[in-house]
Design a protein around this ligand. Structure first.
Ligand SMILES: [Zn+2]
Length: 254
């Protein structure tokens, strides 16, 4: 018995059972395609979600602390006080950022050796390490901020068997990431202290030496310069510097 089938879309009458099988297969294919697209979209959106939720960690290393006072900036203000104040303010500035975690090497006035700092960093494996200092020297005329970005050497990747190419790639990436952040910080500090930038310099940061963490050492100003000194001890300028760092960090992780 011939089966009559009316396709609603075309009003086309199919009287051959083979045609029904072909149509059936076509429908299955269509359902499969729709399913594939659905799964793809689901996967894509969950990957996006994962990317959006991925937390980046910035480690702030307020130099000195406790018995290691750093340089004296005013009668009762030392480098360790200014670096801590700015570090705490950076953390406060970034507190609302869901995708950025700020970890401080110290959040109080305590002595932390370079070795202890290194151990903390090695354990945490942050995405970036920012060490902050106050400068001194070159008489009383030198002023402004200096930025040192990490440079890497062959010994940096000891302990692991890696080809020269891997090592070169890793070193390049770390140096590039450090330089990228250096330029961002320079731009932000230039707004705050116009014509006070003393340039970018390539130098090892002893706190992260050999740890494969991109990093900067920022000397925020000269504690030995009258005008810099006034600014460095002012809580308003400290807050402005922290804002400049926070904006830089946000831009770097974007
Ligand atoms: Zn220092």
């Amino acid at each position: 018995m011939a089966i009559m089938f009316v396709d609603k879309k075309t009003d086309f009458v199919i009287s051959n059972p083979t045609s029904i099988k072909v149509k059936d297969m076509f429908d299955k294919k269509r359902i499969l395609s729709v399913l594939c697209i659905f799964v793809y979209l689901l996967l894509f959106s969950s990957l996006n979600l994962f990317a959006a939720e991925k937390k980046r960690t910035i480690l702030i290393d307020p130099a000195h602390g406790g018995q290691d006072v750093g340089i004296q900036v005013a009668s009762s203000v030392y480098e360790k006080d200014i670096t801590l104040a700015v570090a705490l303010l950076i953390k406060k500035e970034l507190a609302a950022e869901k995708n950025i975690e700020v970890v401080l090497i110290r959040d109080s006035d305590k002595t932390v050796s370079t070795e202890e700092r290194r151990k903390t960093i090695e354990k945490l494996k942050p995405d970036f390490c920012l060490s902050i200092h106050v400068n001194a020297g070159f008489g009383h005329n030198a002023s402004g901020f200096e930025i040192y970005y990490s440079a890497y050497d062959e010994q940096a990747a000891t302990g692991k068997k890696s080809t020269k190419d891997d090592l070169r790639q890793l070193r390049n990436k770390l140096s590039n990431d450090s330089l990228t952040m250096a330029k961002i910080v320079q731009d932000h500090l230039n707004v705050l202290f116009p014509r006070k930038g003393r340039g970018l310099r390539k130098a090892d940061n002893p706190t992260v030496a050999g740890l494969h963490i991109p990093s900067l050492v920022v000397e925020m100003g000269f504690g030995t310069h009258a005008d810099d000194k006034k600014k460095l001890v002012s809580s308003k300028t400290q807050a402005d510097i922290a804002k400049a760092f926070a904006s830089s960090i946000k831009k770097y992780f974007r």
